[in-house]
Design a protein around this ligand. Sequence first.
Ligand SMILES: CC/C=C\C/C=C/C(=O)SCCNC(=O)CCNC(=O)[C@H](O)C(C)(C)COP(=O)(O)OP(=O)(O)OC[C@H]1O[C@@H](n2cnc3c(N)ncnc32)[C@H](O)[C@@H]1OP(=O)(O)O
Length: 667
Amino acid sequence: SVKAVMICGENGKFSAGADIKGFSSPKRRGIALGPIVSLIERSEKPVVAAIEGVALGGGLEVALGCHYRIAHVKARMGLPEVTIGLLPGAEGTQRLPRLVGVPAALDMITTGKVLCLVIPPAWPKTHEFLLPMYLPDVDALFCNSIFLPPGQPLGPRRLSLKPVPKLPNMEAFLSEALVKVKKQAHGCLAPELCFQAVKAATEQPFADGVRREQELFNVLLTSGQAQALQYAFFAERAVQKWTTPSGASWKISDSVSLLSLGLGTMGRGIVTSLVKAKIPVVALEQDLEYLNMGRKAVMFLLEREAMKMEQGAQTLDFHNPARLQFTVDFDVLRDVDLVIEAVFENMALKKEIFHKLSRICKPGAFLCTNTSALNINEIASATSRPQQVIGTHFFSPAHVMKLLEIIYGHHTSPTTIATAMQLAKVLKKVGVVVGNCFGFAGNRMMFPYAQQAVFLLEEGSRPEAVDQVIEDFGFRIGPFRMSDLAGLDVGTPARQRHGHRYSPLPDLLCENGRFGQKTGKGWYQYEKAGGRTAKPDPWLHSFLSQYRDTHRIKTRFIDQEEILERCLFSLINEGFDILAEGIASGPEHLDVIYINGYGWPKHRGGPMFYASTVGLSRILAKLQKYSEAHPDVPGLQPSAFLKKLVAMGNPPLKEWMSYLSRPNNKL
Ligand SMILES: CC/C=C\C/C=C/C(=O)SCCNC(=O)CCNC(=O)[C@H](O)C(C)(C)COP(=O)(O)OP(=O)(O)OC[C@H]1O[C@@H](n2cnc3c(N)ncnc32)[C@H](O)[C@@H]1OP(=O)(O)O
């Protein structure tokens, strides 16, 4: 007597897919979703997927096995398996191309993008995802009125029986797509294997394609990269669960107004990201000329952002003075709820400004400083409200980069920390709370890394060799290309002295007018000032040789292993010190910082996760070896905490913090 079957979720969600935690569970082994999807598809009764909320991964694959899909207008659908190092392993790589065609399927499966119900231009206009209807009506309207009239054969509704739509130039299309996928993968396996699975759909019958999908899925499941990406998925969520013992919170709503002070590169990005998040913002500069320059730059950024958005400028509404105002009048400070100061990294200037802010702003206003290294306590000491002062370290470009490092000082109150975390959330950034020390967590770990990179040049390497090793590891950009991009005159830590080995190389380059991309020359040469294409520079090579001769450094060949280990292990070593000092509350925090702020390849899980996969004993042994060879480099001397963990028999990462006796203060 059953006429039709409807599959739906509950609580407003269809399905977020398989339980990601289960992939590493032995209980999961042997349980496959594909055969269940096939079973649904073979049903003699029509089966409808009624999609509300999200239909992701295995959830969407179930929907693809149904004979009809109907979605709520606000539904979001996608196959994000690639982002956790897998591919849609429940026959999704074979069914989706049959439904939406190869280009759209490849795009969805290799990027994991989640789609709302908007017709991408390349999709057929009659696409069957596009059936908006309110779910409470599905039952009555859809099942009864559409299916019940007899004679609707189910055969054509079974995706596995459909051919994959042909393209006139399938071969050329696929080879071009593969180049693109590889280029964007930076060593991550999943996108390419996703591609291979979809390609199989274009070449083989459904059943053979499914077998190929399974083979590729198993390769990924056991690759190690899937584990790293799944670790990163949960780490990102865990670090955002910062709660205060008192449960303090502060909500950013429409009635709250923010002020951004300083319209240099960082300030411009910060204002842009506030406007994007639809928070009313006032941009304040000290001087009319800088204000006008800043306004122009912000407007340019916003126009560009608006173009990327569906309804463009109207949605951002940035011409509306209620949303965005530019001023040099410090009186506006009286009304704002939160200030983000983003002036130059100069302690005296910041203190002067904070003193002023403290005098003018209303008593409840929070004062944030955007700094990458300066002491939050010292800045707070210039105010009469140190409990409301906090560091918010944005990463450049601030409207793009996801990380917000949130630094509390001695007196910062839990409410202020909760507020900054809430700000991160509203800005769609990943907020990570850390303690106050020079460089905080992220830059402090970067110092020894950058320092090693320069020392390697002194000893015999070339910038292009070091960058290549780091980029092959999966970083988007190596340390020298990065330095050229940021500008060599922007304080690089390699020049810190503290009585230890110090390399003057970056300074010498600056003395030669080589500031990086902006001058067309730095560690590399560029086609012109402001050029982007880095080419190895014979001038630099001979400069390095002369430098070694002058300092009687014997040039030696440095292999890739040494380059990688000295750069990365010194960075990781610093991470162990940071954990031991309670600056970060766990290794996951450092990993999330590195993935979201420093381009650490996500498929390697972050530096501390990577350390756990390499093995702490190996890292310790290598650091011991390198520090013996370079006793004047403190960054290579193994951290006491690392030594302790090795002595305790290499406990798993999630137990590391239990080996520290001192509990974190506010974390
Ligand atoms: C046998 C089957 C074989 C193969 C086929 C199937 C493969 C798959 O389906 S793989 C999984 C594919 N799905 C995903 O990758 C979705 C991942 N989740 C998300 O994208 C988001 O969480 C969301 C869009 C579903 C919700 O976002 P949001 O509202 O911002 O909330 P949170 O991200 O904070 O998530 C809330 C809460 O749920 C946990 N969670 C979400 N999805 C999963 C999942 N698929 N497995 C396990 N847990 C999941 C998330 O960790 C949060 O948990 P906590 O509150 O404890 O942190």
